[in-house]
Design a protein around this ligand. Structure first.
Ligand SMILES: Cc1ncc(COP(=O)(O)O)c(C=O)c1O
Length: 463
């Protein structure tokens, strides 16, 4: 299994040949998606036992049965949820990283990889206007990044409370038994709700007029609540998942500063818009974030899975996340060394920032800006096209790459039927969503090769 023998040579040829063909797909087709579990089970049965199999036979099962039973998120026809569109360079480099077995925990083990990753984090931090001292690490996704950041926020609140409490207020310790709260609008991502549950914090709901959290709405919610001292953090979203709305970051930041609350910006989807000059102003205020996340596996064209997590004050994050054990003392011997493990809830990690580093270096940052602008522009064109059709209605002007619209007179079943047929015909993956309780249609544009012709074809099928 670990030597280079005839089987290894055979696998190098056939697996790499498959990977090469996959890389050469242009465009990537949608593929078929969900299958009957019993049929999949039957096709896979018998492979996992004591005896070996010819690798080409196993690869054949993958190509004939596993690979088609997905919907390819990197197809320009994938317009649901939040798609993916990894660059060819990033995909290739991801393969290289997989072969290199880099253990990305510590500077001791992976200094070169970590320096390259940190340069990418710096590039993102610069776009956000965060200070030179900002830093963090790459984690698996927005959910992991939100969890890691809000854990630091909660611990910071506890410490603040401890500092404010007179000494010896009781045996239980600072803030003991206290439930901390996080102000959040109902349009925040579901991973924020999950994070609060895990961290045993409660949400302080911020009602919004138009699905966009503003400083005024936040202030009103806190004043109405009457217990601002329990507020550990505020989560603003720079690009809501369902509608692509950027909260009022400057207004939110101002309230956070006033109250001493942690200001977290979830840019998992929309944070990439920092690289799009046409909308950069909408992010004003992000430079005041205590923590900021963006998923390069979404709109920064990296392969799964990759989220950038950046703290204004990484030393605070380190004091929360650092794992201590006798066998880890060696990685902490020199405090000047940067250990990604110290900045999130993880120990072992792949150097998942490197495919993005390679791709940015190969294509240049300007190509990224142009590709992000392409999706924004397509969203605006699609919105205009919807406006020309009497049976369609735009729900709101798109700010990023998401377009919400309704087909007048349709029932939820008609939306589902339309979406199912589009997938069946391999035209597009565009599942419906809900908006204020109503089933509606939603384009999520991200791939720079998605075309207006495809948009028109999809809309034509709503007649
Ligand atoms: C705004 C936002 N936050 C967080 C997440 C969670 O990210 P992940 O799926 O990478 O865990 C998403 C995913 O779509 C998102 O859109």
């Amino acid at each position: 299994m670990h030597s280079v023998d005839a089987t290894t040579e055979q696998m190098i040829r056939s697996v790499l040949a498959y990977a090469e063909n996959r890389l050469r797909l242009d465009p990537v087709p949608l593929d078929e998606g969900a299958r009957d579990p019993a049929a999949l089970d039957a096709a896979l049965r018998g492979l996992l036992g004591d005896l070996p199999h010819n690798p080409d036979q196993v690869l054949g099962v993958y190509t004939s049965c596993v690979a088609p039973a997905v919907i390819s998120a990197d197809s320009p026809r994938f317009l649901g949820f939040i798609p993916a569109a990894p660059t060819k360079a990033a995909l290739l480099f991801d393969m290289l990283i997989s072969c290199a077995s880099i253990q990305g925990i510590s500077w001791l083990e992976a200094a070169g990889a970590i320096q390259a990753e940190n340069q990418v984090l710096r590039l993102i931090a610069d776009r956000a206007g965060l200070p030179e001292s900002a830093g963090g690490c790459f984690v698996s996704g927005g959910s992991a990044a939100n969890l890691s950041a809000l854990l630091v926020a909660r611990e910071a609140a506890k410490r603040r409370a401890a500092g404010a409490e007179p000494a010896a207020t009781g045996a239980a310790g600072p803030g003991a038994g206290r439930r901390w709260r996080v102000a959040v609008s109902s349009d925040a991502h579901s991973s924020i709700t999950a994070t609060l549950r895990i961290l045993e914090m409660d949400g302080l709901a911020v009602p919004t007029d138009d699905h966009r959290m503003t400083g005024a709405a936040l202030r009103a919610a806190i004043e109405a609540d009457g217990d601002p001292s329990s507020l550990a953090a505020v989560v603003a979203t720079s690009g809501t998942t369902n509608a692509g709305i950027i909260d009022d970051l400057a207004g939110t930041a101002a309230v956070c500063r006033e109250l001493g609350a942690w200001f977290h910006v979830d840019g998992a989807y929309g944070g990439a818009g920092l690289f799009a000059p046409s909308i950069r102003r909408a992010y004003d205020g992000i430079e005041q974030a205590d923590s900021f996340i963006v998923d390069p596996h979404k709109w920064l064209f990296a392969p799964f899975d990759c989220a950038a997590l950046i703290y204004r004050d990484p030393s605070l994050a380190r004091s929360v996340h650092r794992q201590d054990a006798s066998y880890l003392d060696v990685i902490h011997a020199d405090p000047a060394e940067w250990n990604p493990t110290d900045y999130a809830y993880h120990l072992t990690r792949r150097a998942r920032g490197l495919p993005l580093w390679f791709s940015l270096a190969v294509y240049g940052v300007r190509a990224y800006s142009e590709a992000i602008e392409a999706a924004i522009s397509l969203a605006r064109q699609a919105a205009a096209e919807i406006g020309t059709r009497s049976d369609l209605e735009l729900i709101r002007e798109p700010q990023l790459g998401v377009v919400l619209f309704r087909r007048l007179g349709w029932t939820p079943a008609q939306y589902t039927g339309w979406a199912d047929q589009l997938l069946h015909d391999q035209v597009a993956f565009i599942p419906p969503t809900a908006w204020e309780g109503e089933t509606v249609a939603r384009f999520a544009f991200l791939h720079p090769h998605t075309s207006m012709d495809l948009v028109r074809e999809i809309l034509d099928r709503m007649r």
